[in-house]
Structure formats: C-alpha cells, structure tokens
Design a protein around this ligand. Structure first.
Ligand code: GLN
Length: 454
C-alpha cells in the first residue's frame, strides 16, 4: 500500500504512464495467503515492481510511449513479465520511456518527459534528465516509488539511466531474456534486464526474468544460474581490463576521476588492473546508429493503422493515405528520423556502403572483445561521458544525444553482459555510474565485480 500511495503522489515526476494498483495488491494478497498457509514464499512474493511500457501486459495498455500505440491493450503477456508474475511479483504500473526506446533522456515520449528526482546542488533547480530510454524505470526506482523495475537495453537504455539516477542495472547477455512480447526496436540488440537499488536486487530480479523461451528464436537454451547465491565481491585472482580507447577526447575531469576511483576500489577488492586495447571502439557508435535504425525501420513497418492502436482515416482517404496520415500523426520526430535513416541505409543503392559495412564493423568490435578476454576477466569503464544533463539541453541536437551512448554501445553490438553500478557523486552532487562488461554468459562475474564497487 505504501508504494501505491507513493506512486499516486509522485505524478510530477511523470514516471508512470498507467497505474495498476490492483495488480500489485493481488500479488501482495497472494503472498499474505502463502504466509498464512505456511507455504514457502516465491522469490519475489508480493514485491511491487514497475514495468517499462515496452513489455506487453495482458489486459493493460501498452504504448511504447508512442501515440501510434495509444489504446493498444495486448491480449497476451510478454514472457519476461509472465516470469515475474510467476515469481510472485505484482505490477504498480507501466513506466514511461523514450518513444519506442529511442533516446537517451526520456524526452521523446508522447506522454511527456520524465523528471529525475535528482537536482544539482547550490540552488540550481533545473529539472534534469533521468536518462533514457528507461527513464521512467530509473526515476521510479531512484525516487523509491518501487523497489525494482524492468528496463530494456538496445544501446545503453538500462545502464545510462541507472548511472544518471544513482541506481544499478544490468543488461544480460543477448538471448538471456526472451524478447517475446517486448515491443521491438532493434531485434539483434534488444535485451531486457532489471534496474534496482543494488547488485543483489538486480541478481534476484534477473533470475526471475531470464530463461529459455521457444517463442523467441534468439533465446538461449540454457539453464538460469543461481546468481544471487553465487554473489561474491572478492576480486582476488581477477584481472580487470581498462580499455585504452575509452579514454575519449574531451572527457570531463570528473569522469576521469570516477574511473580512477573505480580502479582503486577494484584494487582494494584484490583485483589486478591491466590495460587492454579495443582498437575499433571509435567505429561502434556510427555502426550502432546504422544498424539500430535499419532494424527499427523494418520493425516499425507493422504500424500501419490496421493492426494496432491508432488509425486515422480522413474522409475519402484511400489505403495509402490512411497509412501515411496514421504514421505521420502516430510517430514522434525521433522515431521518424530513425525510420528515415534506416530505410536510407537499407535502400538498394546504399545498402553495401552503409549497412553491410556497419555489420562488418560489428564483427570487428566483437573480435576486439574476444581478444581482450585473453588478457582480463572484466572490463571497467565509466557508464556515460557525463552526469545527468538538464532537460532540453540536448533535445534539439540528435548528435549530441547519440554521443551519450559512446561507452554503452560497443558491448551491445557484441551482445555482452554489462552493468552500471553507482560510483559516487560529482562536484554538483549528481550520481555517476561505473560500467562492468563481462564475457558472454558471465552475468555472475559482472554482478560480482559490481558488488566489489558498490
Ligand atoms: N540511446 C540509444 C538510442 O537512442 C539507446 C537506446 C536503447 O538502448 N533503447 O538508440
């Protein structure tokens, strides 16, 4: 009940698109009944969580924060949310996000931006971006409106908002969590994961969310490890790689200091620090901003005014006009930009020059990581090149916005598990995040290294 009241009072943050108190209450009652009956409790018995509004929830509107899906009530449940309800969790509501998860500040949502619960010190009251695209999730957890939330990460959308709001979030290995029932952005990159206050809560949530699903052709047919049981922050005998190429030009001094602090914490935990090279790092961002829009343009072709949500049918309009008006009114500017970039790089004349080239770069980036694993167990980097910026600061400058993803995108292209953990505060009192990248399927190692830092 306390969480339901908090959610209803925190409307100013705009973290929730829809509130579903009955769902959370039903889970709490089920947990109470289990206690009364002396049954063993499920791992998330009665825990009220927030669901990013990219997960289809049966009978509850699912919008991806887009006008084009407004009013869409899925007749099915995503596999990840289904797993969470099976584990005993309940849903407080559907969380705001960047439209179709495209963005780094939650400013592209049709339902308005989310406001971070954080403020710069010194009387600076500028509302700050909660990060994106999982900005509703980061804000809801950080403002303690819920103990944990789901996120999705295509190029950093769990990690960067976690870093901006001082919480933890992990993107598992591509294929760990089923994408079935998750509104698709870029299918070869999209992964679900948890966002919570600490590493342990992330481990518990991820254990519930993950698992093989025959309904997703890219789902990994592997058992889900007992990550919570395996948590161990002892880094003795572990090698932490510091990738040289992540020392980008114009890196703010405080990000440098954060990184050094992380290195010191790792040494304190017993780790050995080694410098490694990921030579193709600088091509990751351009490759990502070709591959992700290409896949998005294809995925978003399904919103035609016939199958889901919005349909605009002006008097006398023919089918083509209905498509055009629906898509024009239904999609936001950033989504249209991605569709245009995506269709351009996939068009007959430019396919080889852009899309094929980007796919080759993607392979080189994955090989860089493969080589690094010969020298170290985990990589440690900052999560983002800055602390949270003010709302509006980058909204009109897509390139500046895309640059926010420099540190998160390479591991996404390689499908690797990666986590952001709180790394302390900057000089304005704003949270900064440290990122740990691990070998394929080594979520345990990533969580352990995260624990050594937090
Ligand atoms: N900010 C990145 C983008 O806009 C990543 C988004 C995401 O991971 N969903 O594409």
């Amino acid at each position: 009940d306390a969480f339901i009241v908090k959610v209803s009072k925190a409307k100013a943050l705009n973290a929730f698109i829809v509130e579903t108190p009955d769902h959370a209450i039903a889970a709490a009652k089920a947990a109470d009944d289990a206690v009364a009956a002396g049954e063993t409790l499920k791992p998330l018995a009665g825990v009220p969580i927030g669901m990013k509004d990219l997960f289809c929830t049966k009978g509850v509107q699912t919008t991806a924060a887009s006008h084009i899906l407004e009013g869409f009530v899925p007749p099915y449940e995503s596999t990840v949310s289904h797993h969470l309800w099976e584990a005993g969790a309940g849903m407080l509501g559907k969380l705001n996000l960047d439209q179709f998860a495209m963005g780094s500040s939650n400013e592209t949502s049709h339902f308005g931006n989310v406001i971070s619960p954080w403020k710069r010190g010194g009387g600076d009251n500028a509302p700050l971006a909660p990060g994106g695209s999982s900005g509703g999730s980061s804000t809801a957890v950080s403002a303690r409106l819920c103990p944990a939330a789901t996120g999705t990460d295509t190029g950093g959308s769990i990690r960067q908002p976690a870093a901006f709001t001082g919480i933890a979030g992990i993107k598992p290995t591509y294929g760990r969590c089923s994408r079935w029932g998750v509104v698709a952005f870029a299918s070869s990159l999209d992964q679900a994961g948890p966002m919570a206050h600490d590493v342990k809560d992330c481990a518990i949530m991820l254990e519930a969310m993950a698992g093989f699903d025959p309904k997703d052709a890219t789902s990994l047919n592997l058992p889900v490890p007992k990550w919570e049981e395996g948590l161990n922050p002892d880094m003795r005998g572990k090698k932490i790689g510091i990738p040289r190429e992540y020392r980008v030009d114009n890196m703010p001094a405080e990000i440098d200091a954060l990184w050094q602090q992380g290195i010191d914490w790792m040494k304190d935990a017993g780790a050995e620090i080694v410098e490694v090279s990921l030579p193709h790092t600088k091509y990751a961002l351009p490759a990502y901003y070709i591959i992700a829009p290409a896949e998005a343009s294809s995925n978003l072709a399904r919103y035609d005014g016939v199958r889901y949500g919005l349909r605009e049918l002006p008097d006398g309009a023919n089918l083509q006009e209905m498509y055009a008006v629906t898509r024009d009114h239904g999609f936001g500017d950033e989504v249209k930009r991605r569709i245009l970039i995506g269709t351009y790089v996939l068009s007959a004349g430019f396919y080889d020059a852009y899309y094929t080239q980007a796919q080759k770069v993607r392979t080189l980036i994955a090989r860089d990581f493969d080589r690094a694993w010969l020298e170290c167990d985990y990589l440690l980097t900052p999560t983002a090149p800055s602390a949270a910026f003010a709302l509006g600061e980058k909204a009109d400058d897509p390139l500046a916005m895309y640059l926010n993803d420099v540190f998160t995108v390479p591991s996404s292209l390689a499908g690797l598990p990666a986590m952001s953990v709180p790394g302390g505060l900057d000089k304005n009192g704003l949270p900064l995040g440290l990122q740990i990248i691990g070998k394929p399927l080594d979520e345990q190692g990533v969580l352990n290294a995260g624990m050594a830092i937090e």
